[in-house]
Design a protein around this ligand. Structure first.
Ligand SMILES: NC(=O)c1ccc[n+]([C@@H]2O[C@H](COP(=O)([O-])OP(=O)(O)OC[C@H]3O[C@@H](n4cnc5c(N)ncnc54)[C@H](O)[C@@H]3O)[C@@H](O)[C@H]2O)c1
Ligand SMILES: O=C(O)C[C@H](O)C(=O)O
Length: 329
C-alpha cells in the first residue's frame, strides 16, 4: 500500500455508535477499498480507557487498510491533519434537562471542536455531525471554523432518508434499490419532513404509486420522523448500528458521488434555496459530485409539503436564536 493514509477523526469513539462505526471505517467501507486510513479517536478522559479497548479489537481484526490508531482527549491532537471528521460524541439529554440546557451543553463541545478543526485539520477537511441536536451542533462547529469553507460542515439526515426508503419500499412492495429521489427536509428531529412527491418507485411517481395521502400524512411521515424515539423505546438505547451505517453512507456518497439521476438527503448550509434562511444547516435533496454536495434546484413544492418544510425550518431558526442568545455562535 503506497497511498498516504487518510486521517479520519471520530469523536465519542467509545460510545455505542463509535463501536458500530469504527470497524466499518477500518474495513474500507467509508472511503473505498483502495484508501488506507489512520484513525484518530477523541474521547473525554473518563472514556479513553474504553476507547483503548476498542482500539485493541481493531488491531485484532488485522484490517489491511488500517495504518494506525491514535487516541486522545485533546481536540487539537485528534483533529491534527484530519481529512474526515465524524463528530459523534455529544451530551445526551438527561432527566430534567430542557432543550436550552441541551443546546448549551453541546455548544460547550461543538464550539471548541469547530475551533480545533479550524486550527489543526487538513485543508480538505470534511465534517459530518452525528451528535444531537445534529443540525445546530453542526452550525455551532461551523461558526467556530471561519477559515474552513462553510460547505464542509454537514449534519446527518441520511438515517432518516434510509428509514423513509425502507418504509416506502414496504408499502409499495418494491426493493429499496428501485426507489430514487426521496428527500428529507429540515431538522433531524420529529419535525423533519420526508417528501415522496418527487420520488420515483420503479420508475413511477411515488405519490401516485402510493395513492393514499392519508397514509402519507398519518403513517409514513410520523413513522419516519419518530423512528428514533421508537427505537429508544424498544431497545432502551438510541439507534447505533443504523446510525453508523448512515454515517458511512453519507461520507461515501460525499466522496464518491450520487448515481446519475438520483439524489440523497443531507444537512448542508443553506444558500437560501426553497426559502430556507441562508446559513442554517438544514436537510435538502442533494447530489454529490467531485467531493461536493449541491442542493437540487427547481423542485416544485406543493402546499402539503410547504407547510411541513416551513415548520421544521422554523424549529432550526428557533434553535439558532437560542444558541445565539446563549452566546454559543
Ligand atoms: N443524526 C442522527 O441520525 C443520529 C442517530 C443516532 C444517534 N445520534 C446521536 O449521536 C450521539 C452519540 O450517540 P451514541 O449512542 O454513540 O451515544 P453514547 O452515549 O453511547 O456515546 C457518546 C460518546 O461520546 C463521548 N463524548 C461525550 N462528550 C465528548 C466530547 N466532548 N468529546 C469526545 N467524546 C465525547 C462519550 O464519552 C461517549 O463515549 C448522540 O447525540 C445521539 O443522540 C444521532
Ligand atoms: O438519539 C436520538 O435522540 C435518536 C436518534 O437521533 C435517531 O434518530 O435514532
Amino acid at each position: 500500500m503506497t497511498r498516504t493514509p487518510v486521517n479520519v477523526t471520530v469523536t465519542g469513539a467509545a460510545g455505542q455508535i463509535g463501536y458500530a462505526l469504527l470497524f466499518r471505517i477500518a474495513s474500507g467501507q467509508l472511503l473505498g477499498p483502495d484508501t488506507p486510513i489512520r484513525l484518530r479517536l477523541l474521547e473525554i478522559p473518563q472514556a479513553v480507557k474504553a476507547a483503548e479497548g476498542t482500539a485493541m479489537e481493531l488491531d485484532d481484526c488485522a484490517f489491511p487498510l488500517l495504518s494506525g490508531i491514535d487516541i486522545s482527549d485533546d481536540a487539537s491532537v485528534a483533529f491534527d491533519g484530519c481529512n474526515v471528521a465524524l463528530l459523534v460524541g455529544a451530551r445526551p439529554r438527561t432527566k430534567g434537562m430542557e432543550r436550552g440546557d441541551l443546546l448549551e451543553a453541546n455548544g460547550g463541545i461543538f464550539g471548541p471542536q469547530g475551533k480545533a478543526i479550524n486550527d489543526h485539520a487538513a485543508d480538505d477537511v470534511r465534517v459530518l455531525v452525528v451528535g444531537n441536536p445534529a443540525n445546530t451542533n453542526a452550525l455551532i462547529a461551523q461558526r467556530h471554523a471561519p477559515d474552513v469553507p462553510a460547505e464542509r460542515f454537514t449534519a446527518m439526515t441520511r438515517l432518516d432518508h434510509n428509514r423513509a426508503l425502507s418504509q416506502l419500499a414496504k408499502k409499495t412492495g418494491v426493493a429499496v434499490s428501485e426507489i430514487r429521489r426521496l428527500t428529507i427536509w429540515g431538522n433531524h428531529s420529529a419535525t423533519q419532513y420526508p417528501d415522496v412527491f418527487h420520488a420515483e418507485v420503479a420508475g413511477k411517481n411515488a405519490a401516485e404509486a402510493v395513492n393514499d395521502e392519508q397514509w402519507l400524512a398519518d403513517t409514513f411521515i410520523p413513522t419516519v420522523a419518530k423512528r428514533g424515539a421508537a427505537i429508544i423505546e424498544a431497545r432502551g438505547a438510541s439507534s447505533a448500528a443504523s446510525a453508523a451505517n448512515a454515517a458511512v453512507d453519507h461520507v461515501h456518497t460525499w466522496v464518491h458521488g450520487t448515481a446519475e439521476g438520483d439524489w440523497t438527503s443531507a444537512g448542508v448550509v443553506s444558500d437560501g434555496s426553497y426559502g430556507v434562511p441562508e446559513g442554517l444547516i438544514s436537510s435538502f435533496p442533494v447530489t454529490a459530485k467531485d467531493g461536493r454536495f449541491e442542493i437540487v434546484q427547481g423542485l416544485e413544492i406543493n402546499e402539503f409539503s410547504r407547510g411541513r418544510i416551513d415548520a421544521s425550518v422554523q424549529e432550526l431558526v428557533d434553535e439558532r436564536t437560542a444558541v445565539t442568545e446563549l452566546g454559543l455562535i
